[in-house]
Design a protein around this ligand. Sequence first.
Ligand code: IUR
Length: 305
Amino acid sequence: MHAVEVIHNKRDGARLTDSQIDWVVAAYTRGEVADEQMAALAMAILLNGMDAGEIAHWTQAMIDSGEVLSFGDVGRPLVDKHSTGGVGDKITLPLAPLVAACGAAVPQLSGRGLGHTGGTLDKLESIPGWRASLSDEEIAAQLADVGAVICATTPTLAPADRKLYALRDVTGTVESIPLIASSIMSKKIAEGTGGLVLDVKFGSGAFMKTPERARQLAETMVAIGTAHGLATTALLTDMSVPLGRAVGNALEVAESVEVLRGGGPSDVVELTVALAREMLALAGITDATRRRCSPPARRTRCGSG
Ligand code: IUR
């Protein structure tokens, strides 16, 4: 097979075959398809899209590029969340310990910033001595011990996405719904979580500028999760103004600590609690959420579960 044929196919608006997808993703991961060829294909995908079957197969090919993690029995239900990111979005930092405190285990394998958004790892690295990379054994031990871990994705987890994510960032191809959905879901499925809550942002500070585009992305990801047997729900949330008052890595860590101490800005508290409630429901831990959560304000819900 030749990369140029695959690029022509998508450039001319045709669908990619399963074998083209398997080949191009695997060959790119091995370094046999050049960055400029994958960049051209990513742009063709951004312009011409992929249908549901292509997206599902592309996601599987990205999962198959590495290994699927298994933490064994950590004694608690595993549940995770992913946000498409936005300015001031530090929600993972108060959310993971909150959900762990309610009895679930949160395997939060996180990324770096993409485009204008800061990444959870970048924020935590403002704490002197904090280490982003943990071994599989360290991750499993911490999940069993404290019920939450926030660390870098391991190098063996969807390596195709690792390369493609960096390439998209510098080739103007971040905003493609099929590429965003398959990128996020390949890592979350390979991470081995039992349930997943998606925080899909819309507005001027988000990759998805309108609620309609955000809904399309959310539905695409929920469909991928469901097809892979991963219980997945999504909230659509407003990112037309920054979340909270603090923007910048160390400042966002400090604001998250304020939230965990019972203070912090009300929008950060509300979104943290809304996502915690969804995660605990997926994990089958519902009593605590019924007692503690307040009603929704700047968000709508999408997906089933
Ligand atoms: N996070 C990811 O893991 N992938 C993406 O494409 C985006 C955010 I946007």
